[in-house]
Design a protein around this ligand. Structure first.
Ligand SMILES: [Zn+2]
Length: 97
């Protein structure tokens, strides 16, 4: 089955995984909205995770995830700092010891 694609289709757009920095095709990436509201797209910049990172980051207990994002100052600090903080926080959350 073939699908006609019009010019300007962005399916081949490349995106960057926010966790590891890997560049991948957008259609291979998992869309991640730190606001948790996928339906309000206006004016938003979506984040993307590659599948390995999606598995690592998102398939653990989500309790405290939003809190961790806020604590890590998602959207209010530069990406590198945010990711470092976020990884530290999620590591703490997933490791009770
Ligand atoms: Zn990744």
């Amino acid at each position: 089955m073939s699908t006609l694609r019009s010019w300007g289709d962005d399916s081949n757009q490349e995106v960057t995984c926010i966790a590891c920095g890997e560049t991948l095709n957008r259609e291979d990436a998992r869309e991640y909205d730190k606001h948790g509201d996928r339906w309000s797209r206006k004016g938003k910049e979506f984040e993307y995770l590659c599948k390995p990172c999606d598995r690592e980051c998102c398939h653990q207990n989500r309790d405290g995830l939003e809190e961790a994002l806020v604590t890590a100052e998602a959207g209010r600090t530069d990406r590198k700092t945010f990711l470092r903080r976020f990884c530290e926080l999620t590591a703490e959350n997933s490791n009770p010891n």
